[in-house]
Design a binder for this molecule. Structure first.
Ligand SMILES: C[S@@+](CC[C@H](N)C(=O)[O-])C[C@H]1O[C@@H](n2cnc3c(N)ncnc32)[C@H](O)[C@@H]1O
Length: 201
């Protein structure tokens, strides 16, 4: 467990405070570093991860700090809480762990789970150069790589282009005015999106 929360958390807290955000879903929460960070600040936290082990670790970490959150194990293509349950969703280094068809399903699920005007903080890999130490992988569709070795063997990794990302999230608005689109220290592109109510053309 690492306490090194994402570098944008302080900025997100300021935005969430101003916008009256209370309930936050951390989708692909891992062992819970952002659940703990935001629960300490008094938000009502919810977490979902495909790994039951990650959920157990998150639960133990929260309990150790006398904090609580509603956690569940499950694939992000089906969010396990009712529609409009959240004012914000965090999806940090997680949505790319699928093929495009499932990513689209996940985006729809996130939209349904957010109230109108709700925020999505997203970090994704965009056009990153292949690392020399990257495990061997096969490209199963354009820019979706499935490692054939290493601890992420069999887990898809989709690398977006910016045009593709904006297209897939076209039913959200990019709140560049609140948080400029930028890269974090791990070279993930970070965006603050907001659920819009109008239908796309
Ligand atoms: C790189 S970790 C990031 C964890 C956490 N967001 C953080 O920043 O510490 C990716 C997480 O996504 C989870 N994950 C991968 N595929 C998933 C899926 N289909 N549904 C839900 N969670 C998934 C993994 O189990 C892992 O915990």
């Amino acid at each position: 467990m690492t306490d090194d929360h994402h570098e944008d958390c302080e900025a997100l807290h300021r935005i969430f405070l101003q916008s009256g955000v209370r309930r936050i879903l951390d989708l692909g929460c891992g062992d819970g570093r952002h659940l703990v960070y935001f629960a300490r600040l008094g938000y009502q936290m919810y977490g979902q991860d495909i790994s039951p082990t990650a959920v157990e670790l998150a639960q133990a970490w929260l309990a150790g700090e006398s904090l609580s959150a509603d956690l569940a194990a499950g694939d992000m293509t089906r969010i396990l809480w009712p529609d409009s349950a959240f004012e914000a969703v965090l999806c940090i280094q997680a949505i790319n762990h699928h093929r495009v068809r499932e990513i689209r399903r996940t985006i729809e699920e996130i939209r349904h789970s957010l109230r109108n005007g709700g925020f999505l903080f997203l970090t994704v890999g965009i056009d990153r150069p292949l690392r020399p130490d990257a495990p061997k992988a096969i490209e199963v569709e354009p820019r979706t790589y499935v490692p054939t070795e290493g601890h992420e063997k069999g887990v898809p990794h989709h690398e977006f282009t910016m045009a593709e990302l904006l297209h897939e999230f076209r039913r959200f608005s990019v709140r560049d005015d609140l948080m400029p689109v930028h890269k974090d220290k791990n070279e993930y592109t970070c965006l603050l999106l907001q659920k819009t109510t109008e239908s796309p053309p």
